[in-house]
Design a protein around this ligand. Structure first.
Ligand SMILES: [Zn+2]
Ligand SMILES: [Zn+2]
Length: 258
């Protein structure tokens, strides 16, 4: 497995992952528009489909389905990882520049055994199992990588960068904090210094009263279009309970998030 490298842009402080081998990964989205009604339930060439386990490096975690007979979710290593578990975060210098090995983890959460399943049309139990999988893996990774950053994300469709049709999310564990997260954290700290309050709690309180941008609300979460949305259809799902970490999510909140 070829190692990737992380380099710092001296003008922004941003760390950039160089993983050239990721260009070799297969792309299943060939058509310009996805023809969703033609996607089969099983694809013999898809490594994430049930029965194709021999195409997976190995299975890190598996969660049972409702019946308890089969599986619903699996966590597996990314076959074309942006970051690898070998090495550490020791910085190297190259003239005036700083770099470090592409140390970290890059895993895939397979959300369903079915190739054509969609998170939007799954039942609540199914979505809850996905969130339970996120939480389980987050907690395990925090134990072994406590001073690193864990990011969970999901690309939907070819235009968002997904290369495989089978429903999946990804986990990245890394020794650097991306600027878009760093800015938010610094801004929240500055806001707290200024007003002595949490900026997210203040936004939520205002939006719950104002209601012009509220999309959905339940006892644990508020879904809202941000006042200064950066992209069309941007929605924030804000937990009503003020907590610092996703690791603290309760069973009730998992169900409400689903
Ligand atoms: Zn599949
Ligand atoms: Zn808060």
């Amino acid at each position: 497995m070829s190692m990737s490298e992380i380099r710092q842009d001296k003008t922004t402080g941003q760390w950039v992952i160089f993983a050239t081998h990721r260009g070799e990964r297969p792309h299943q989205f060939r058509q310009e528009t996805e023809e969703e009604d033609k996607v089969p339930q099983q694809d013999p060439k898809c490594p994430f489909c049930a029965g194709n386990e021999s195409m997976l490096p190995h299975i890190i975690l598996e969660m049972p389905d409702k019946t308890g007979i089969g599986w619903q979710t699996r966590v597996v290593p990314n076959k074309f990882p942006a970051l690898t578990p070998e090495g550490d975060t020791t910085r190297t210098s190259d003239g005036i520049y700083l770099g470090m090995p592409g140390y970290g983890r890059h895993e895939v959460i397979i959300e369903s055994p079915y190739h054509n399943s969609q998170i939007a049309t799954m039942d609540v139990d199914g979505v809850c199992t996905i969130i339970e999988t996120y939480h389980r893996r987050f907690t395990e990774l925090m134990e072994t990588h406590e001073n690193m950053m864990i990011i969970m994300f999901r690309n939907h469709g070819a235009h968002a960068g997904a290369s495989l049709i089978h429903p999946h999310s990804q986990i990245i564990v890394t020794g650097m904090v991306p600027n878009y997260i760093r800015w938010r954290e610094q801004e929240a700290q500055r806001y707290f210094d200024l007003w002595g309050r949490c900026v997210y709690c203040d936004i939520m309180e205002f939006e719950m009263q104002d209601r012009r941008r509220v999309v959905f609300e339940n006892p644990s979460f508020l879904a809202v279009v941000p006042y200064a949305a950066e992209v069309p259809f941007e929605v924030w799902i804000l937990p009503k309970q003020h907590q610092a970490s996703f690791g603290q999510i309760s069973d009730r909140e998992k169900l409400d998030l689903a």
